[in-house]
Design a protein around this ligand. Structure first.
Ligand code: SP5
Ligand code: ZN
Length: 362
């Protein structure tokens, strides 16, 4: 029996406590809350996973996948918002955009970098549902540190490490944030593993929503292959504009991106078959390491997706990925049913370990 998968943890996640998501101009209750990670931690503590504190890592690993301008914006946005008095008047306590550097607005012109925070936000945010508060940057930075610490463990010989990242990251592109995400923890990890091993890496995204961030970051590259299984954006689901089956990569990256959009209501049979398909597809590229973007919002009880996956399904998915036998960093993404999130993550990690056992024993 291989040792329990280490859980990499940062207390800084609690500093990010979004108050509201602005949806079609209406304040709706935030769902990406501290209780999510705390519930996962409690369940994995009970299951005996050893905890490893996240250690600080330099910005270089972030700059490998994100524009410096995005990092500078995120790091300073809250204090500038506060200094501008916006929490008092007009009375918005969190950084929220109002005007966007939309491609249809710009045409061929590069957007300026507006001086006011409330205008500059629209250069970097692609939705209104991802607020920045006083502790958001510290929390997001801590989540990346957790992902990078998990990479350190795997590069030092641990077969697998799980980073309990919060806030999540898989919607963030090179230069823009949204979908409740600020920094792309999984993409940072994949690029770190690729650069250190000097070998191809696979990134497989199980979150119920399309992993558009890594897709965009690695779309024209052959060295990080990206697969995502998610609810069909064409059936009305976030991220709406992306995540279709025809997005297969371009240039040197042609063929290195794979999307498996599923119909709303899809359950274990369909979903697990899709995860297996992604595992086989990725294995053909002969990657030397794997990053799993482990959202558990495909679960039936989750309020943010119409997929109907069970804990057994997550276990079977983990098993299929563990059976690839690759050094693996698992990164937490979505999952919004706090009552079940811990058990779902635990089932995925247990499945992963059992898949791995099969190959280490045989
Ligand atoms: C990391 C992750 O799972 N992000 C997914 C964010 C998806 N949010 C989409 C929200 C779509 C609008 N829902 C309206 C409900 C109003 N509260
Ligand atoms: Zn999601």
């Amino acid at each position: 029996m291989p040792a329990a998968i280490p859980l990499v943890w940062s207390d800084a996640h609690r500093l990010h406590e979004p108050r509201a998501e602005l949806f079609i101009g209406v304040r709706t209750p935030a769902v990406e809350l501290p209780a999510r990670a705390d519930a996962i931690r409690a369940e994995l503590d009970r299951a005996g996973h050893p905890v490893v504190p996240a250690t600080p890592h330099p910005d270089a690993a972030l700059e490998a996948v994100h524009d410096r301008a995005l990092l500078d914006f995120l790091a300073g946005a809250w204090s500038e918002w506060e200094a501008a008095g916006l929490p008092a008047a007009p009375g918005q306590p969190e950084v929220i955009p109002y005007f966007f550097a939309h491609p249809g607005l710009l045409g061929p012109i590069e957007p300026a970098l507006p001086v006011e925070t409330w205008a500059r936000t629209g250069r970097f945010a692609f939705d209104t549902m991802t607020p920045i508060g006083p502790g958001t940057w510290e929390a997001a930075r801590g989540a990346v540190d957790a992902a990078l610490t998990a990479c350190d463990l795997v590069l030092a010989g641990s077969p697998t490490a799980y980073a309990c990242c919060r806030p999540p990251g898989h919607h963030v592109t090179r230069g823009a944030y949204g979908g409740g995400c600020y920094l792309n923890n999984a993409a940072v990890a994949a690029e770190r593993l690729r650069a250190t091993l000097r070998a191809p890496v696979a990134l497989i995204d199980l979150d119920a929503h399309h992993g558009n961030g890594a897709q965009a970051i690695f779309y024209d590259r052959p060295d990080v292959v990206c697969g995502s299984v998610h609810v069909d954006p064409g059936a009305g689901w976030f991220p709406h504009f992306l995540g279709f089956a025809g997005e297969e990569g371009e240039g040197a990256g042609r063929g290195g991106n794979r999307n498996l959009p599923l119909a709303p209501g899809s359950g274990d049979d369909t979903w697990v078959a899709a995860v297996r398909e992604l595992a086989w597809w990725a294995a053909a590229f002969e990657p030397r390491a794997l990053v799993v973007a482990l959202g558990v919002d495909a679960a039936a009880a989750d309020p943010e997706s119409p997929l109907r996956v069970t804990a057994d399904g997550l276990g079977a998915a983990g098993h299929a990925l563990g059976a690839l036998g690759l050094p693996t960093v698992v990164v937490q993404e979505g999952g919004y049913d706090v009552a079940s999130i811990g058990a779902l993550v635990r089932a995925a990690l247990d499945g992963f370990r059992s898949g791995r056992e099969e190959i280490t024993d045989g």
